[in-house]
Structure formats: C-alpha cells, structure tokens
Write a protein that binds this ligand. Structure first.
Ligand code: FAS
Ligand code: PHB
Length: 387
C-alpha cells in the first residue's frame, strides 16, 4: 500500500492528525495495534483547553462536544478544609471545556469513517523501516505481513509505542521523572459534588473531584505508586475522598458503585527530537505529563495542530517546514511539563514530607488565593499555556 502519511496509533493524536491531513488533501493510513472497541474503552482525560476546542471544531468534530460538553470558567483549589475559586474569565478571559477523551476519540472515529479513512486495527508486530529515506511500515494481520510505503511516518503510538524507539538511541535524549505516588481514579454514575473541578491538598494526600456530565462523576485520590486498583473497595475510596475534600464539598458527596476503577502512575517524560528524517512524533509517543495540570491530551492535540500545519507546508513544497517542528512543539511541551509538575508538587503529599513542607504548600495556596497575579498565572497555564 502507498500513502503520503502513515500514522502509527489510533488514539486521539493519530486520529486527529489523519483527520486534519485528509482535510488538506493529504492521503493517510492509520495503523493501530488494538481493536477499535479497546481504543474506545479507555477512560482518560476530561478537560480540554480552549485551543484544543478550536482545533477539534476546525477538524469538523466539534458538534457533539459543543452540544454535550460543559464550558467551565473556573476551578477550585482546596487546602486546610477551605477552598477558593480561580476565575478564568476574570483572570484571562478564557475557559475550558469538560468533555471526556473517550467521546473525543469516538467523534474522531465517526468523522474519519465519514471521510473514508483507512484505519487498520489489530495490527501486530508493527515496525518502521528506512525512516531517513522512503519510510516503510510493516505489520502482521490475519497471518500475513503487510507493508505501507509512505513519504512521512507519524508516531502517534503513545508512551509504550515503537515509533520513538526507531530514532537511534545515540541521537535521542530522554528526560524522565517518576513521582513517588499514583492516582486511584473512580468513575461513578452520581452527580458531581460541584459544578466545577476541585483540586485538594490534604495532609493525607491529594484528591480531585471532576466529572463527565451532571450524572457522571470522576474522582481521584493519591495512592502509593505500587497500588493495585482492586485492593481498594468502593467504601474505602469514598471514605478517603470524603476525608480529603474540603468540608463543604465532602458534605455534598453522593456516593455510588464505581463503574470504572484504575490506577494511573504519575510521571514526566520528554524525548527529543520529535522528528528524525521522515519520522515525526506527536502526543504521548514523545512526552508524558502528570495529569495534575490536565495537560496530557491537550499537549497531544497541540502537537497535532502544529504537525498538520508543518506537514501541509511540507507536502506543498516547503522543504524547510519539517525542520521547524521539534523546536516549536517542545516549547509547548516543556511549558506543559513545568505547569503540571508544579501543580503536582504543590498539591501532593510526598513520602517523608515534614510538617514544615506541608505548611509551605498551604502558604503557597494561600498566596495564590490572595494574589491576582498568581491567580492569573494559574488561570493562563490551566486554560492554554503559551497562547
Ligand atoms: P494514546 O496512548 O492515547 O494512543 C496511542 C495509540 O497507539 C493507542 O491506541 C495504542 O493502542 C496504539 N499503539 C501503541 N503501540 C502501538 C504499536 N506498536 N503499533 C500500533 N499502534 C500502537 N491526560 C489528561 O489530560 N488528563 C487525565 O486525567 C489523563 N489520565 C490518564 C490516565 C491514564 C491511565 C493514561 C495512560 C493517560 C492519561 N492521560 C491523561 C494522558 C492521556 O489522555 C494522553 O495524553 C492521551 O491519550 C494522548 O493521546 P495519544 O498521544 O494519542 O496516545
Ligand atoms: C478528569 O476528569 O479525568 C481529569 C480532570 C482534570 C485533571 C485530570 C483528570 O487534571
């Protein structure tokens, strides 16, 4: 098979890139290791920066998001049984959209199906070849080996994918940091405790009250890194969440059976460069951020919006365009790492944390509450980083 852009991975990055490139008349083939059902079963991010909203609308997948998503103009930060609101509209005249990644992926699949996209699922042993020349992608399916020849290969295959490994180790610089804790997440068919998100610092550990809609809540509590999700009963989860949320929110908590329970490790990771010959990386294939800043999905969408612009110029004859991708993408990536790691350090309890360090976190949160400049900095980073 021959195409202009072979895309590895049918997560949000891969599907969105295929959608935007096809809109520019560039042919694509998407090669995904898992089944469509498996890809759509993942419960992950929930918050879209406004730049991501505009990119999804431009890609022609904004209709259900605009109909079913919720525009949020603020977020609450909590500590010492108290909470305060960061007003995005007042601070920087921006907002975010609460709309789950699962729905974003479903909307992208629907648009790609309508566009007649070629998406190959259950592709095994995916391998990239000759990425510095005319790239080839091979994969096994139904007992046969298949080959896709392309001008460009886009690695959108996530943190555990193969594309990043195709860049020679001697030419790759990887920055990695593992936080000494994880998030235990629960999805429940219960009304959220508040109409906006609450990020809470507590001496027992971090907690986050989020949601998918008015009848579907998403909650997280910080747990030790090696925690197994099933080692926590629903009752134990609700008790711990209630102890960590600020009192007024805890009083409103309505519990119910978990319909999904999972543990996400907290890590930061960046691989440089994000382009090698005719291979480009986007999304989790190139970087991971701790979810405390709601940046993972948004950085992936930001990469893809930039990459679609660069590849459209490249296929339009601009041979310098590809060389600009890494530096431009990494500026946003490192800004996302900085903000997400800062929020993680501010809101989580670290092993061996002293009483002084706990009070310093509370003092920083108190400063944010009472400083317009500090609130604006949080608002600008949470709603959109550089723009
Ligand atoms: P993805 O990992 O979503 O997609 C990569 C795709 O490539 C997958 O479908 C995979 O099956 C496929 N693939 C992998 N290897 C392959 C191979 N060899 N060949 C072919 N295909 C291959 N972000 C937030 O902002 N907020 C959150 O709360 C949040 N929670 C998260 C919880 C978990 C458990 C995880 C893992 C991530 C979370 N994230 C969160 C980050 C997440 O949303 C990512 O940023 C987002 O999925 C990035 O999208 P992609 O880059 O498309 O990668
Ligand atoms: C979520 O709703 O899953 C969510 C929201 C905000 C975050 C992380 C996760 O920072």
């Amino acid at each position: 098979m021959r195409t202009q852009a072979a895309i590895i991975g049918a997560g949000p990055a891969g599907l969105l890139l295929s959608q935007l490139l096809m809109q520019s008349g560039i042919s694509t083939v998407v090669i995904e290791r898992r089944s469509r059902a498996h890809v759509l079963s993942r419960i992950r991010a929930g918050v879209l920066e406004w730049g991501s909203v505009e990119t999804l609308r431009r890609a022609g997948v904004g209709a259900r998001m605009d109909a079913e998503g919720a525009v949020h103009e603020g977020v609450a930060l909590g500590h010492s049984n108290h909470q305060f609101r960061i007003d995005f509209r007042a601070a920087c005249d921006r907002a975010v959209m609460v709309y789950g990644q699962t729905k974003v992926t479903k909307d992208l699949y629907a648009a790609q199906d309508a566009a007649g996209a070629v998406i190959i699922h259950d592709a095994q042993d995916v391998a990239l070849h000759d990425v510095e020349g005319t790239p080839r992608v091979t994969y096994a399916k139904e007992g046969r080996t298949h080959e896709v020849v392309a001008d460009i290969v886009a690695g959108c295959d996530g943190f555990h994918g193969v594309a990043r490994q195709t860049i020679p180790e001697a030419k790759r610089t990887e920055y990695a940091h593992a936080f000494p804790f994880a998030w235990l997440g629960v999805l429940s068919e219960t009304p959220p405790v508040a109409h906006e998100l609450i990020y809470a610092n507590h001496p027992r550990g971090f907690a986050l009250a989020s949601m998918r809609n008015a009848k579907l809540s998403r909650y997280y509590v910080q747990v030790p890194a090696e925690t197994e999700a099933q080692s926590w009963s629903d009752a134990a989860f609700w008790d711990e969440l209630r102890r960590r949320l600020p009192h007024d929110a805890a009083e409103r908590l309505i519990t119910g059976p978990s319909i999904e329970k999972s543990v996400a490790q907290l890590r930061a990771f960046v691989a440089e460069p994000m382009r090698w010959g005719n291979l480009v990386l986007a999304g989790d294939a190139a970087h991971i951020v701790p979810p405390t800043g709601a940046k993972g999905l948004n950085l992936a969408i930001g990469d893809v919006a930039l990459l679609a612009e660069v590849l459209t110029a490249h296929f339009g004859g601009d041979r310098a365009a590809l060389g600009t991708y890494t530096a431009r993408a990494l500026e946003r990536v490192w800004a996302g790492i900085r903000f997400s790691s800062g929020m993680t350090n501010l809101l989580h309890r670290f092993p061996g944390q002293s009483a002084f360090e706990q009070r310093m976190q509370e003092a920083e949160l108190h400063h944010i509450e009472h400083s317009a400049a500090a609130r604006e900095a949080v608002a600008r980073n949470y709603t959109g980083l550089l723009d």
